[in-house]
Design a binder for this molecule. Sequence first.
Ligand SMILES: *Cc1c(COP(=O)(O)O)cnc(C)c1O
Length: 388
Amino acid sequence: MSAILPVYRRSNITISRGEGVYLFSPEEKRYLDFASGIAVNALGHAHPHLVAALQKQAAELWHCSNMYQMPGLTRLAERFVEATFADKAFFCNSGGEAVECGLKMVRKYHDANGRPERYRVVTMEGGFHGRTFACISAGGNDVARKGYEPLMDGFDRAKLNNLASVEAAIGPETAAILVEPIQGEGGVNVATFEFLRGLRAIADKHGLLLFMDEVQCGMGRTGALFTHQQAGVKPDIVSAAKGIGNGFPLGACLTTDAVASAMTPGSHGSTYGSNPLAMAVGNAVLDIILAPGFFAHVSEVGATLKSGLETLAKTYPLLFEDVRGSGLMLGLKTHKPHYEFVERLREAGLLTAPAENRVIRIVPPLIITQGHVAEALEILTNTAKGWV
Ligand SMILES: *Cc1c(COP(=O)(O)O)cnc(C)c1O
């Protein structure tokens, strides 16, 4: 009997080492990692710049608490402010905590502005925002919610890419709209730029905050630091995590001065949040992804990979329904149960990440080359031949 709480569909393969875009079993079987620990290892495994940054910090200071000034924290916050819509950044340890911070600030903002009755948040069907009570209440995944009732009150659901359904969900108690620009767990469902811009207009019309959950699609994955930047939309709150620490636990919640001015000492916090180890890694990640040409590279290899997947889907129409996504956040929808294909790919040496609705997520490290794309497409094609 396993000593591990059975909350994961864990495969039998063992991973003991990573190098660049490859993972290795203890027997040195090599896997091309197009799952990236679910869109986390954006810079691959054991990246020398990140290893050096973490080792240097580990010898200097691990933790001192938010009672003191910390240069790594100041620098990381300033860099996010410089590169985004945000005026203020808060750091925590995970995506769910980043979303929690955002949801709390939504209420605090309206309370501070004399509208305490505004506490409800319009969320999208198929959304995923994490595993805390507020996050599962906001999310649309029934398995994640079942048996935990009563869930938190205050979430009203609308349909992605349907502005009329968003309008219909808004009432006098609505405080904010929460959306993933690309739904990850829900099956790589892309919100159109038109929809995102429409949400901004609706939020402005009703005095609501616009909260983008970019935990999965942010940090360069779609070819920009954040996906909403490509849509030309300015949100009020953004949650980030996954790629931000490349595997070191780190999350961020970004916001404007207008929202941040409602927050006061003691109104939120986290013991480990903004700890020096995480700040060192976060700064090292930004050194690389903010370097000139990085996002263009993501868009370029992403386009090749997507067109290769589209060819694959056309070649095997009985296996594959469609290809969706943007940059290096791609999804391949299958007709047959997708877990089966994911397992076959694993056996063939290619790792991918299943999502909901029979969608296989293809979310490789952002540092992949055209050679890695060709290698993955070859494994996908050969595995498809054997699955017909
Ligand atoms: C993964 C994810 C989360 C939750 O992040 P955790 O680090 O697991 O808490 C929240 N929102 C989105 C969009 C995610 O993809």
